[in-house]
Design a protein around this ligand. Sequence first.
Ligand code: NAP
Length: 285
Amino acid sequence: MSTVVGGAVILVTGASGNVGSALLERLRAKGAAAVGAYRDPAKAPAGQRAVRVDLGEPGTLVPAMRGVDTVFLLGAMSPAQTAHELAVLAAARRVGARVVKLSVWRADEGLSPIARLHRPVEEALRVSGLRWTVLRPNFYLQNFLRQGGIRASGEFSFPVINAPISFVDVNDIADVAAAVLTTDGHDGRVYSLTGPAALTYPQAAATFADVLGKPVRYLGFPDDEARSRLVGQGMPEFHADALIDVARAFRDGGAAAVTSTVLDLTGHPARGLAEFVLANRAIFG
Ligand SMILES: NC(=O)c1ccc[n+]([C@@H]2O[C@H](COP(=O)([O-])OP(=O)(O)OC[C@H]3O[C@@H](n4cnc5c(N)ncnc54)[C@H](OP(=O)(O)O)[C@@H]3O)[C@@H](O)[C@H]2O)c1
């Protein structure tokens, strides 16, 4: 890989979210010319170049991409996600921008509804004539941050998956994305991203307990009950249904593989659960 930071302009969609905000921090640190795409540019941190983009308003796309060399494409989960991302590809073709797409674990197999949102975009990229790279992360460790029960009562709950999962830290996704965006040699590559090990939820609970020094247990609910709890916690029904279907898809261990992508592309080992819990212990209590 050789460095290509130079004057290339990178547009980061999903700029206010988990991955986008962490990625923009890395690009700034590397001195890259990065522009954050926000529905509300007032959300941009001080000093961040920002442009208004609403993926549901295709008319905002081409103006935001003028002078842009590379687009980091991150669509938020919704039934419209595929259409939103395909609109970005159409705009990227108009301006000739390279696309680095944030996808999902095993997207090509379409095993879950989330994978089926991403797969058509990956397929469209392959035949787009554009320069492209795809990142396919496994479950984010940051999904645990939504589990307020860890702090309140030493419990967390997910739909039952007894098989291990190689959770990945959003910070590592951002590190990999920053490396891909600022070096060459990644065209036509698909990178699957995981943490350093695969853990079952009970093993994850034991790690939380060790690091936090308090009992933490995992409650695995049958699908119907898990769905009602997720919706009751404020999750949109589409999102809750998708998570249940993901659990069904990976009960056979299909989310357990561990890859060396983080180490290969960043030079540092992937962050594990213990490191994540320690970094967020103020939240988990
Ligand atoms: N969670 C996981 O375990 C996991 C694993 C693998 C892959 N993924 C993929 O990761 C992606 C989500 O990443 P994330 O967690 O970083 O996202 P996130 O934190 O949920 O943030 C979503 C971002 O999208 C923006 N957004 C929403 N609707 C938009 C619209 N119509 N136009 C423009 N921007 C819009 C939001 O901006 P506002 O501030 O304006 O709302 C926000 O910046 C999804 O594609 C998902 O499939 C997730």
